[in-house]
Ligand binder design. Structure first.
Ligand code: PLP
Length: 399
């Protein structure tokens, strides 16, 4: 057993008895990660297609990111936003290299939900209008604003009343858009690929029509790229795949290589958006996170992450076609790049549990989709030796 201050029973008991039960636990204690693998306290290795809800997309404990963090931790761990900071400037320089030319200013936060909050606040501020349109099946986070535009009753109902003047329309139903994209909206918020809702890609026609109508009616278009952005789809931003640019978009999860971050990006001509004092965050733009994110962006560019994603994704989808489609539980394959959904005929969560027994960590999405969010480092050998055999077993593939 790996060295640990507490034995397994003790540490599970501490989490079970002391931590509010807002997550259903799996019986696994993870203590170490490297690249596309994680190890549990017993020393067992797992192929990680869960990546902490998509965070470890650049791999666990990426050497370059670790080095950047360690160097920064030894120099300066916190720095108020009222002062300039070298790590923050490095991040901004590197991140700006990933942005299409129409985008300018950014606001830096500590999580995806906060980045969504900023987008919503900014939309009201810019347009001086109040209403929002979001979509059924969407997920934008757990804070009040982000939850208010999340199209899932299960998450919303216990906390109502939420932010008023939020309407929902059906995702990917193009002919309804003309009726619901009204001039009184401050913004429409949409995930180009719904993640938590079931790995549901928008259609190109849907996003194009949304863009056309929002432009025509003076409504801002917000893309939530917290799960699908930063290379996950095989494109730096999912909107590049669709050929549709939003006015505002949000980024989170893998951007700081594993540390907490959320960034809201604004079209250049929207200017500064906030006046000093109108928004803020004690930890947002923290130098350690900034050093990690600066290194993550460098790595992203130098290693041509989107290209690598496209290559391995093609292989994974081909192997999935050859195998899981023969399962009696199988309904359809969905997704783009390394955001992969296997829709089943029944609840996916028991299959996620069984995958653990076969040393692969996965996720569910919606109710019936088995979701895979592997790191871009996943190899053909990982796919052939771990992922496909595990799926064949748990989905009882018979040919
Ligand atoms: C599309 C999307 N938006 C927002 C969020 C919320 O991000 P966070 O959990 O970092 O607050 C998530 C998290 O899963 C997400 O997938």
């Amino acid at each position: 057993m790996e060295e640990s201050l507490l034995n397994v029973a003790e540490l599970m008991e501490l989490e079970n008895s002391f931590l509010s039960r807002y997550y259903r636990k799996k019986g696994l204690v993870l203590v170490r990660g490297w690249g596309q693998y994680v190890w549990d306290v017993e020393g067992r290795m797992f192929l990680d297609c869960n990546t902490g809800y998509g965070v470890a997309f650049l791999g666990h404990c990426n050497e370059r990111i670790v080095r950047a963090i360690v160097e920064q931790v030894q120099r300066l761990m916190t720095c108020a936003m009222t002062f300039y900071n070298d790590a923050r400037a490095r991040f901004l320089r590197n991140f700006s290299r990933l942005l299409p030319s129409r985008f300018g200013k950014v606001v830096i936060q500590n999580s995806g939900a906060e980045a969504v909050e900023v987008a919503l606040k900014a939309a009201r501020k810019i347009t001086k209008k109040k209403a929002f349109l979001a979509f059924v099946g969407s997920f934008h986070g757990r804070t009040f604003g982000a939850l208010s535009v999340t199209g899932n009753e299960k998450y919303r109902r216990p906390f109502e009343p939420l932010v008023p003047e939020v309407r929902f329309a059906r995702f990917n139903v193009v002919h309804e858009l003309d009726k619901v994209v009204t001039e009184d909206l401050a913004a429409v918020i949409v995930e180009p690929i719904q993640g938590e809702g079931g790995v549901n890609p928008a259609t190109r026609d849907f996003l194009k029509e949304l863009r056309r109508l929002t432009e025509e009616r003076g409504v801002l278009l917000i893309f939530d790229e917290i799960q699908c952005g930063f290379g996950r789809t095989g494109y730096t931003w999912a909107f590049e795949y669709y050929g549709v640019e939003p006015d505002i978009f949000t980024v989170g999860k893998p951007l700081a290589g594993g540390l907490p971050i959320g960034v809201t990006v604004f079209r250049k001509d929207l200017g500064d958006v906030f006046e000093p004092g109108e928004h803020g965050s004690t930890f947002g733009g923290n130098p350690v996170v900034m050093a990690a994110a600066a290194a993550a962006c460098e790595l992203f560019i130098e290693d041509n992450v989107p290209e690598k994603v496209r290559q391995i994704s093609e292989y994974i989808f081909k192997r999935l076609e050859e195998t899981v489609t023969y399962s009696r539980y199988f309904l359809r394959l969905k997704g783009l790049g390394l955001m992969i959904g296997i829709e089943l005929r029944q609840d996916a969560e028991p299959f996620v549990d069984k995958m653990i027994e076969h040393r692969v960590l996965a996720l569910s999405a919606g109710k019936t989709t088995l979701r895979l969010l592997p790191p871009y480092l996943i190899t053909r050998q990982d796919v052939d030796n771990y992922l496909i055999p595990a799926l064949e077993k748990v989905l009882e593939v018979k040919r």
